[in-house]
Write a new protein. Structure first.
Length: 95
């Protein structure tokens, strides 16, 4: 028998230049439109910003200052952004 379990997803927004633009709004669109019967989204930001409260309506939000993430870990987290673009396309195709 197949069990219907909710999958947890962590999105990482790696923008640290204190601008709010397309990546923030695209990510907000993704978490806003996820099927909550299938997915439980969380979002990690490196800094506080004006859209945090909007994100909290749709996902668990974590803020971890970028100055604490250095070297290879920071590079690895940035590399996760490419799969986000693919995942958004995939989710839209599954609708």
């Amino acid at each position: 028998m197949e069990q219907n379990t909710v999958k947890k997803i962590l999105y990482v927004e790696a923008n640290i230049d204190q601008t709010i633009g397309g990546s923030y709004f695209s990510l907000l669109d993704i978490v806003r439109n996820l099927d909550r019967t299938r997915f439980e989204p969380s979002v990690l930001f490196y800094q506080q910003h004006a859209l945090i409260e909007e994100f909290r309506k749709y996902a668990t939000v974590y803020v971890h200052p970028a100055r604490r993430l250095r070297g290879q870990l920071s590079i690895a987290l940035r590399a996760l952004l490419i799969p986000l673009i693919f995942l958004r396309s995939l989710l839209l195709a599954l609708r």
